[in-house]
Design a protein around this ligand. Structure first.
Ligand SMILES: Cc1ncc(COP(=O)(O)O)c(C=O)c1O
Length: 387
């Protein structure tokens, strides 16, 4: 059988030149790649198709070796229904975070839990309040459920405008969605701001705090997670995902910590046996593998810094990033950039409302980012100052 990894590496060497790959690029063939190779499993797709994926804020390194091994083991149980997989995973997550298991809900990605929240708290005559731009999957879900969607522009610092959101709350408000750090701007709202905000939200309104990028928020002193430092409040739904730092976007696993009755309402609206055996085992292994988690955090921080250095060298001033992506202003529109990169096999973006001259780029592997900057520099007059 042809080894797909060596094929991909050969392709890559041809594309970038041996010198470029000799350094950081080779380090990138780590973790899941090594595990995949040793088990003769296919490489992650970014290695196969030639396309570089910098558009969905995934973990380009893939799941850790421990997680790949756990998945392989659980494949042998694929003939059985998941039975208690979601409850087992919820129990595991609860003890990991030292929370009560009845307050944890596991879903097929956090967006699955958003859907349950939409079903529970929205519908015709009800309103969702959401920032713009933000990760607006829940806006689409709410509209499909017949609810009204109110959008509030981000603050001038590109964070959620919490006062502005409060100003739009009325009797029809069922749900408020806050992404922190916010996608696509990568900017944080502080813990104290959020606490003051929540105190002013009416008792019957649920608030989702989406912590998808929690692990990348790092050492900002003003930030604190509502899972790590929970508040016992029936209104709160705090979501996390395995799609980002843990490199499991394709498996679809996420979870929420919520008030006990709220958690019950969400669980009642989720699909029975929603989490597959493989996804549950992978998620549990990912939580246990704290060493890989730490390595991922550090690697992201180094790679993000290198990205910023490259941007500064081109006279650009990206927004301060607390995530695994960077948003920055350019002299071109996002659509022009997206087209240029797409023609060169790199996916970036998308374009976000009211930020047409900004582009969001996910941090990929070092050799992918070298290719990104090579393609960037092919654009005439692009490196003009854009503050
Ligand atoms: C803020 C935010 N929340 C949630 C998700 C997706 O979560 P999941 O894959 O768990 O459904 C994303 C993915 O891009 C995201 O950016």
């Amino acid at each position: 059988m042809v080894n797909r990894m060596s094929l991909s590496r050969r392709k890559l060497l041809g594309k970038l030149g041996a010198a470029a790959v000799a350094g950081a690029g080779i380090n990138a063939l780590a973790g899941s790649a090594r595990a995949a190779q040793s088990m003769d499993m296919p490489m992650p797709p970014h290695r196969d198709g030639g396309t570089i994926y910098l558009d969905r804020n995934e973990n380009a390194y893939g799941p850790s070796e421990q997680v790949v091994l756990a998945m392989r083991k659980s494949l042998a149980r694929a003939n059985r229904f998941p039975r208690n997989a979601a409850a087992d995973l919820a129990g595991h997550i609860a003890s990991f975070h030292k929370l009560k298991s009845q307050q944890i809900v596991a879903g097929c990605g956090s967006t699955d839990i958003f859907k349950s929240a939409v079903d529970a708290y929205l519908g015709p005559g009800k309103t969702l309040i959401i920032s713009s731009p933000t990760f607006d999957v829940i806006g689409t879900q709410a509209a499909a459920a017949g609810a009204n969607v109110v959008t509030v522009p981000l603050s001038r610092f590109w964070s959620n405008d919490l006062e502005g959101i409060l100003g739009r709350v009325d009797a029809s408000t069922g749900l408020i969605y806050i992404c922190n750090p916010n996608n696509p701007t990568a900017i944080l709202n502080s813990r104290s701001e959020l606490e003051a905000f929540i105190a002013k939200v009416p008792a019957n309104v649920r608030v989702i705090i989406d912590e998808a990028y929690h692990h990348f928020a790092g050492n900002s002193s003003s930030y604190a997670s509502f899972i790590d430092r929970p508040v016992d409040d029936e209104r709160m739904i705090v979501t996390r995902t395995f799609s980002k730092i843990y490199g499991l976007a394709g498996l679809r696993v996420g979870y929420a910590f919520a008030g006990a009755q709220t958690a019950q309402a969400l669980r009642a609206r989720s699909l029975q046996e929603n989490i597959s055996v493989v996804a549950a085992d992978a998620a549990m292994a990912a939580l246990a593998d704290t060493q890989s988690l730490q390595a991922n955090i550090e690697r992201n921080s180094d790679n993000r810094q290198e990205f910023l250095n490259q941007a500064y060298a081109r006279m650009m001033r990206p927004l301060d990033s607390h995530t695994n992506f960077v948003m920055f202003k350019t002299v071109r529109t996002a659509d022009e950039l997206i087209d240029h990169f797409k023609r060169n096999n790199i996916l970036i973006g998308p374009m976000f409302p009211s930020m047409e001259n900004y582009i969001r780029v996910s941090i990929g592997l070092p050799d992918e980012m070298k290719e990104f900057w090579r393609v960037w520099d092919m654009m005439p007059f692009i490196n003009k100052m854009a503050m």
